[in-house]
Design a protein around this ligand. Structure first.
Ligand code: CUA
Length: 196
C-alpha cells in the first residue's frame, strides 16, 4: 500500500473541487467575454447617439424662464393646442411646480402632433405612457417631441422627474379626440378638458 502524504497540500483534491489552474483559466475567459461585451455596449451607445441622433434634450433651444409669461411663444394666449397651416398640431405647455399649464389639452387623432414644453422653475419630466413621448423639461430650454396618436382616448401625463414635495401630484391628461370633434372645438375648449 502506497504511503499517504502527510502535508494537506499534497493530498489529492476531493471530488467536486476544481483545480486552481482550471479556475484561473475560466475566470480569464469570463473576463475577456465581459470586456468584449462592455466594448460592444460602448460602441452601440456611441453609434446610436451619433448616427441615430439620440440625445438627452430634444433640441438645444434656449429660452428665458423668468419672462415666459410676459410675451413670446409661451405667453398664456399661445398655450394649448394650435393647428398649423399644414394641418399638424402644435401643443405648447409650461411645466411648473406642481402642474402643467394648461392643465389638460385636447388633440386630434391621426394627426402629427408636436409638443413644445418649457419649465418656469425646476426640472420636470413629461411622459405619455404607451407613446414615444418621454422628455425632461429643463428651465432655460425648450423641449420638443413629435408623435401621432392612432387611437381616440385619454392619456395620462405624469411628471416623472422629482421636482419637489408636490411631485407625486403633478400629473394630468391629454385627450385625443376625432378630427371632426376637434375641428368643432373653440380655442378655449382645446386648452381645457371640461370635467378635468
Ligand atoms: Cu414636476 Cu415632478
Amino acid at each position: 500500500m502506497a504511503e499517504q502524504p502527510t502535508s494537506p497540500m499534497l493530498l489529492p483534491l476531493a471530488d467536486g473541487i476544481v483545480p486552481q489552474e482550471v479556475v484561473a483559466r475560466t475566470e480569464k475567459r469570463w473576463l475577456t467575454a465581459m470586456t468584449v461585451v462592455l466594448i460592444l455596449m460602448m460602441v452601440v451607445v456611441v453609434l446610436t447617439s451619433t448616427v441615430g441622433a439620440l440625445h438627452p434634450a430634444s433640441n438645444v433651444e434656449v429660452i428665458q424662464p423668468l419672462t415666459l409669461h410676459l410675451g413670446g411663444e409661451f405667453a398664456e394666449s399661445n398655450l394649448g393646442t394650435a393647428i398649423e397651416p399644414d394641418g399638424s398640431a402644435t401643443v405648447r405647455l409650461i411645466a411648473e411646480q406642481y402642474d402643467f399649464v394648461p392643465h389638460c389639452v385636447q388633440v386630434p387623432v391621426q394627426t402629427p402632433v408636436k409638443f413644445r414644453l418649457t419649465s418656469a422653475d425646476v426640472v420636470h419630466g413629461f411622459l405619455l405612457p404607451n407613446t414615444n413621448v418621454n422628455t425632461m423639461v429643463v428651465p432655460g430650454f425648450v423641449a420638443e417631441v413629435r408623435t401621432q396618436f392612432r387611437q381616440v382616448g385619454e392619456y395620462n401625463m405624469p411628471c416623472h422627474e422629482f421636482c419637489g414635495l408636490g411631485h407625486h401630484g403633478m400629473w394630468t391628461h391629454v385627450i385625443v379626440v376625432d378630427r371632426d370633434v376637434f375641428a368643432g372645438l373653440g380655442p378655449f375648449e382645446r386648452t381645457r378638458c371640461g370635467h378635468k
